[in-house]
Design a protein around this ligand. Structure first.
Ligand SMILES: Nc1nc2c(ncn2[C@@H]2O[C@H](COP(=O)(O)OP(=O)(O)OP(=O)(O)O)[C@@H](O)[C@H]2O)c(=O)[nH]1
Ligand SMILES: [Mg+2]
Length: 364
């Protein structure tokens, strides 16, 4: 049996055209259709429920408060009954005529069968130059960074053996848009991968969801599965925040020292006070940016921010102490104030990263 997953977000106008087409091309193949909708504002889920009543063997999963193409597909696969699982876009861009062939290919060879735009006989249809270049660059990057066997690893149109899905499931990344690439990255090398050509049609109705954010997530994904195996992305982001924090620390120091010095040379006491003010300003800045960016996927919100911030301060306390001790030591031994402040700030960064991962964002 074939279980076909249709992930949808604002596809209310497309489903009524697509479902009867799928039904007719699969008339000889036992199948079920599972629509996974993320509570679309255009009420796609309602249209889907009405179609399900009429057509039978159509199931609708309406996810509340969740977004994401990969996670929608995974959830659809998990609810499926078939021994062959497939997925296609719900906007009319994928050739329904290929569905039975993808199903046959998986039955025959096992593994994964892909509807491919980048093999002979396939094409991206009427894309403009910009969209074509974007897709080619993304595909080339994926092929060179991830050792995968397909020519079109970014296709959203494929079928696979249920056993293959279940084997890789614990390793899949539900974040992002490119579930096929993630499957290909994780399947055993011996898995059969078949590509069948098709021409990508233009979207029938509605808008693309391939936003800037999705593109950024894709770059992060590529980093994660390549260099990220050695240097975690959160560490790189944490270092960037730390670098910016040093800038904030220095600016805040200049502000506080100007305020305390009144144009006179700064005493060690004045230096220490300005330094403490700068350290806390940088801690507040770093906490905010790490929360909204570095650890965005485990973001603290509402009242959880207060204990999170206090814990972060506690976690940073030793880093701050190191910063304070190094800076005042260097300054009292005659090093220039700015150099002392910068070196001290750097001394705290690595300590802070380790501590905040252990305490403040322990789910990250
Ligand atoms: N459930 C769910 N479905 C999604 C989400 N984002 C996109 N989709 C669906 O996934 C399919 C592919 O999304 P598209 O926006 O068409 O992406 P694309 O085909 O790469 O881009 P275009 O060529 O511009 O259409 C469509 O059926 C969308 O409705 C999401 O966050 N949740
Ligand atoms: Mg599309």
């Amino acid at each position: 049996m074939l279980s076909l997953i249709l992930p949808t977000y604002n596809e209310a106008l497309n489903l009524p055209e697509l479902l009867p087409k799928i039904r007719s091309v699969l008339s000889q193949v036992p199948h079920e259709i599972i629509i996974v909708d993320d509570d679309s504002p255009d009420h796609t889920w309602k249209v889907a429920q009405e179609l399900a009543e009429k057509l039978g063997d159509v199931h609708v999963i309406r996810r509340i408060g969740r977004r994401g193409l990969s996670s929608a597909v995974i959830e659809g696969f998990l609810a499926a009954k078939g021994d062959v699982l497939a997925v296609m876009d719900a906007d009319g861009q994928h050739d329904t005529g290929l569905l039975a062939k993808l199903h046959d290919a998986v039955r025959k060879h096992g593994g994964i069968a892909i509807g491919s735009r980048y093999i002979e006989g396939g094409s991206v249809g009427e894309w403009d130059e910009r969209r074509y270049m974007l897709s080619r660059i993304a595909t080339k990057m994926a092929l060179s960074l991830c050792a995968v066997k397909a020519k079109d690893p970014m296709s959203g149109f494929f079928a696979l053996d249920r056993n293959v899905f279940e084997e890789v499931l614990p390793r899949l990344n539900p974040k992002g848009f490119k579930i096929l690439l993630d499957l290909l990255v994780h399947v055993p090398k011996s898995t059969s991968v078949t590509e069948l050509p098709f021409t990508f049609a233009t979207r029938r109705h509605g808008e693309s969801k391939l936003s800037r954010r999705v593109q950024l997530e894709f770059l992060e994904y590529l980093y994660d599965v390549s260099i990220g195996n050695w240097i975690p992305l959160t560490f790189v982001k944490y270092c960037i925040v730390g670098g910016l924090g040093v800038g904030v620390h220095l600016t805040a120091y200049l502000f506080f020292s100007a305020f305390l010095a009144h144009g006179l040379p700064l005493s060690l006491m004045g230096f220490s006070l300005a330094l403490l003010g700068a350290i806390e300003t940088a801690i507040i800045f770093n906490f905010w940016l790490n929360n909204v960016w570095t650890f965005a996927y485990a973001k603290l919100q509402g009242f959880a921010i207060i204990p999170g911030f206090l814990t972060y301060n506690f976690a940073c306390a030793f880093g701050a102490l190191a910063n304070y001790a190094v800076s005042t030591y260097l300054y009292s031994h005659g090093l220039g104030e700015i150099v002392s402040v910068i070196i001290g700030a750097c001394a705290g960064i690595i300590w802070n990263y380790t501590m905040s991962r252990m305490f403040a964002w322990k789910n990250a």
